[in-house]
Design a protein around this ligand. Structure first.
Ligand code: A3P
Length: 304
């Protein structure tokens, strides 16, 4: 019988540094063969996926605080001298968060990677809530802590349409490039240790997606615990228990963790964006990603 060979893992090609990120931490990270890496551009359901993976690993324990257990490794604060020993000391199955594109990350064949995508317009509606409600502690951590590379992050433009246009016209400003991010993950979707998940599919069929994720992670789900796991990953439960999931329990946002776990719906941009904005976004999406990936990004698995 022919042995199935794993395709080569992609090589890291660059580092990414900005107000938020320091990708070099991954160069010093010692992978374990059951590590789970949850990757997104941002505002795409990262916390949701952390909660899903946390519930699968800890068999539906309602007290699991993914905010503590699942750090954003490439966030520059606290620095890697603090963060690496903390994750090294974890004895449970680790599940870590990244917002890096593939070529700035280390993709190790022994770990499993889950990439969650969401339509860029929904991302920006969520990002605006995140950014406009960020408090002084957030700006201090991001802009004033040692090691920032590049300009500080400015306050959020209060005009949501303009905020979207700036992001689209200046490729991700004031955060990081978007198309390149999605494209990099789409390109490695066939690797056996990579799973692509779409926010829209999680909304449509949370139990089905959770089973698919459990299979990918090799987790045997206890059928008696499964309804509780699904409940703990639903929007209502997560909003009511937002402090357990939102980064640092929500200390960086006015209104706390409930501001971070915000509305949990897509399409809010439809009332604000003009036909020209929508056409510009969709044309750009096809040009950057190709038609199949662009359709998937807009609507999840049903769209392709
Ligand atoms: P909105 O701001 O559109 O409500 P991230 O964790 O990547 O920063 O993404 C945050 C977005 O995921 C927020 O979107 C948040 O409400 C949404 N989210 C978190 N938990 C969710 C859940 N259980 N169901 C649906 N959306 C959820």
């Amino acid at each position: 019988m022919a042995t199935k060979l794993w395709p080569a893992a992609p090589m890291k090609r660059r580092e990414m540094h900005n107000h938020h990120m320091d990708s070099t931490i991954w160069n010093d990270f010692a992978f374990r063969d059951d590590d789970v890496i949850i990757a997104t551009y941002g505002k795409s359901g990262t916390t949701w996926m952390q909660q899903i993976v946390g519930q699968l690993i800890f068999a539906g324990d309602p007290d699991v605080t993914v905010a503590e257990l699942s750090p954003w490794l490439d966030l520059r604060v606290p620095p890697k001298e603090v963060k690496l020993p903390a994750v090294e000391a974890q004895t449970h199955r680790r599940f870590l968060k990244t917002h890096l594109p593939v070529d700035a990350l280390v993709v190790d064949h022994i770990a499993r990677y889950i990439y969650v995508a969401r339509d860029g317009r929904d991302v920006i509606w969520s990002m605006h809530n995140h950014h406009a409600n960020a408090n002084q502690a957030w700006y201090a951590a991001i802009n004033d802590s040692p090691g920032r590379v590049g300009p500080p992050i400015p306050p959020a433009d209060p005009d949501l349409r303009r905020y979207f246009r700036t992001w689209l016209d200046e490729d991700g400003a004031p955060f990081w490039p978007f198309w390149d991010h999605v494209r990099s993950w789409w390109a490695i979707k066939e690797l056996p240790n990579v799973l692509l998940v779409h926010y829209e599919d999680l909304k449509r069929d949370l139990p089905g997606e959770m089973r698919r994720i459990a299979d990918f992670l090799g987790i045997q789900v206890d059928p008696a615990r499964f309804p509780a796991m699904v409940e703990h990953c639903g929007f209502a439960w997560m909003k009511a228990n937002a402090g357990k999931a939102a980064p640092l329990g929500g200390v960086f946002w006015d209104g706390g963790a409930e501001t971070f776990i915000n509305k949990g719906i897509n399409g809010r941009w439809r009332d604000t964006l003009t036909l020209r904005d929508v056409t510009d976004y969709e044309t750009r999406s096809v040009a950057e990603l190709g038609p199949v990936c662009a359709r998937w990004l807009a609507g999840g698995s049903r769209a392709v």
